[in-house]
Design a protein around this ligand. Structure first.
Ligand code: AHR
Length: 530
């Protein structure tokens, strides 16, 4: 299914990234008119929308997060200080681990006990050797160091409910049982807090090439043993951790339908994976390069990123049929750009550069998630360090914060903020015969009490003047930052001065009961109103 935009103009809103159905505000000042409804608050934007993903793949965990206590790279108990500090600085809310496809070949017992005695395994999915130096204790130490919540993906394809159950007990048991004693003997007295448990990963693909019917049955079997207290019937999850079922790829609504029908009552959330690849076709993912791309690739990639909105709508329609109360969350626990690997790197390690274009993808995607916040309660960009649309790239002891990282930094005020509808007509851009909105926008009342507005202008050539009427709000002043660069593929390299980072934005002003924003071309602007 291809999702496109049929009309010449479309409406964007923090509550519904709408395509028709809302009152059209009139353009003003030769620009674009918009209305921010501070008097009509929408759903809370879960901080988990800014979640991360770290898989045992290439340089994601090893070198990217874990260097070991004896490394010359400054570290705390083996976890590199620069990366931990950078992730802590953007208040990463949750980190999904250990995969990905890797999760379904991972046996958690390999990753506990004295590190010198842990087995060396082949990483059959991504290549290289898996030393198991980074296991359960190291993962929770990493989370403690950055202040994030836990989300483990259990091995469903090559393991058993019993192995899952024992890992959960190892992490969470406070009883005097043998598994908890083993954890204590390994240096951790108290149980850890477990936030989320993913049951299966891409069960339709690397997670066992299952049919949705087969997966639904298997999911039911595993989910039955998630409970904490045997007195509780399996339908009720009395475990503090939430159960996340492996969900569809892209726009596969048949998977969503079958799995929800059979196993919906036994899950708290279902995942969705959507990657931005050239032409939207998996096989063409190596046809686009991260840098040095032809001008028309800018729109191709941003169009593919914009399809997230239609994909979410399609799945939400199915979810609404099965779960009208919206009990079940939709977790987009893998998303981001996927280009050809950087020349000279191991292809299986999925190492790619990250440019201003990726920053636009990130901001557009976060705006889309905000518009779907009644269902989308978690999302995990793939991945945190050194893999795909990375937040951070490392090279030995050196590190670069990518343009994507800077978008997450700018969007921090949206964590757990109350969304506010922002109706705006965006002109359309073309990608071949497909079209998509030139910009997306979000507004919300932050935990700090301020109103925050974000605009991602994907138009590489043109800036826009947004004249925003402020309904239910008197603002006295506006301040903010902008992320842009002269070159479309501007990027940051480890150990070199940054080419792309946010700077103070002077293009916004309060005008009576309104706000005027002069958004530059190919730019992300985030404002705070007082
Ligand atoms: O993020 C890289 C891989 O992409 C994951 O392991 C897998 O789940 C997806 O196909």
């Amino acid at each position: 299914m291809r999702v496109g935009w049929k009309s010449a103009l479309c409406m964007v809103s923090a509550v519904a990234l709408g395509f028709g159905g809302m009152a059209h505000a009139k353009p003003a000042n030769n620009g674009i008119a918009a209305v921010l409804h501070a008097d009509k608050p929408g759903p809370v934007l879960s901080r988990n929308i800014q979640g991360q993903f770290a898989e045992h793949l290439g340089g994601s965990v090893y070198d990217g997060i874990w260097v070991g206590p004896d490394s010359p790279v400054p570290n705390t108990r083996g976890i590199r200080n620069d990366v931990a500090a950078a992730l802590k600085a953007v208040k990463v809310p949750v980190v999904r681990w250990p995969g990905g496809c890797f999760a379904d070949i991972y046996h958690w017992r390999d990753g506990i006990g004295p590190r010198a005695q842990r087995p060396m395994r082949k990483n059959d999915w991504w290549g290289g050797l898996e030393s198991n130096a980074f296991g359960t204790h190291e993962y929770f130490d990493f989370l403690d160091q950055i202040g994030a919540d836990s989300y483990i993906a259990i091995n469903m394809a090559t393991s058993t409910p019993s192995e899952m159950r024992e890992w959960l007990d190892y992490i969470t048991s406070s009883a005097n049982d043998t598994i908890a004693d083993q954890r204590r003997a390994n240096g951790r007295q108290k149980p850890w807090k477990l936030g989320f448990v993913g049951i299966g990963n891409e069960a339709w693909g690397c997670g066992g090439a299952q049919t949705p019917e087969y997966f639904a049955n298997e999911y039911r079997r595993f989910a039955t043993f998630m409970h904490r207290n045997g007195a509780t019937f399996h339908m009720h999850n009395d475990n503090a951790a939430l159960r996340v079922a492996s969900g569809p790829n892209n726009d596969d609504t048949a998977w969503m339908d079958t799995v929800l029908k059979s196993a919906g009552p036994m899950m708290d959330a279902i995942s969705l994976h959507y990657y931005t690849v050239f032409d939207g076709k998996w096989d063409s993912r190596n046809e686009a390069t991260a840098t040095g791309f032809p001008a028309e690739h800018w729109n191709h990639i941003l169009y593919q990123a914009s399809r997230m909105d239609g994909v979410l709508r399609a799945h939400e329609a199915v979810m609404d049929r099965h779960d009208p109360q919206k009990r079940i969350g939709l977790y987009v626990d893998e998303w981001g750009t996927w280009y050809a690997p950087e020349p000279g790197t191991e292809p299986g390690f999925l190492y790619q550069q990250n440019t201003l274009r990726d920053a636009l993808v990130a901001a557009m995607t976060l705006n889309i998630f905000h518009a779907h916040a009644d269902r989308v309660r978690m999302a995990n960009i793939a991945q945190a360090v050194n893999v795909l649309q990375a937040m951070i790239l490392t090279d030995g002891a050196k590190m670069a914060l990518t343009p994507t990282y800077h978008v997450f930094r700018l969007y921090m005020p949206f964590q757990d903020a109350q969304s506010l509808p922002l109706d705006v007509q965006a002109p359309l851009l073309q990608s071949g015969t497909d079209s998509f909105p030139a910009f997306t926008a979000s507004a919300a009342k932050g935990k700090d009490g301020r109103i925050h507005v974000a605009v991602a202008n994907a138009d590489a050539d043109k800036g826009y003047r947004l004249s925003v009427r402020l309904d239910g709000l008197r603002a006295r002043k506006v301040s903010g930052e902008v992320l842009t660069a002269a070159k479309r593929d501007a990027h940051n390299l480890p150990g070199q001065p940054e080419q792309v980072h946010p700077v103070r934005f002077d293009g916004a002003r309060i005008t009576g009961d309104g706000l005027t924003i002069d958004v530059p071309a190919k730019a992300v602007v985030v404002l705070a109103l007082d």
